[in-house]
Design a protein around this ligand. Sequence first.
Ligand SMILES: [Zn+2]
Length: 168
Amino acid sequence: MNAENRGNHQFSDADLQHLRRCVELAAEALDAGDEPFGSVLAAADGIALAEDRNRVSGGDQTRHPEFELARWAATNMSPEHRATATVYTSGEHCPMCSAAHAWVGLGRIVYVASTEQLTAWLDEMGVPAGPVRPLPVNDIAPGITVEGPVPELTDRIHALHRRFHTGE
Ligand SMILES: [Zn+2]
């Protein structure tokens, strides 16, 4: 984790608008019985192009929104547009999604909560570790610009994960 990732970054109003939408999508996922994660893909001009939320409750644990958005970008965007796009997300990309993001040549990532934060929350709740090591994006894809966490929204994401795992 470099200094830019420590939460003292200033986020623009446009960034925060997309990040708030990610939180809404995470809440929608939770209401549908899925894990509380949501993501928005925005073009260089700030216009949202696509969004998705976690959809793993059907049994396919690869149905992460960041993975869906990477595949959407590969199908629908030129390499030039992908490189200047930003993916906003409620939680930092997992290794699978980091790899997909990098392989399709997408640009910046901005997340509300870091993998480090999520891992600490899950530990506190006694949730067993998953089958994939919880590495930060830049350990998987060193060339991607990554910004976060976003302190003003992190508590809301923490609350959604608490509700998912403990029902509180
Ligand atoms: Zn993922």
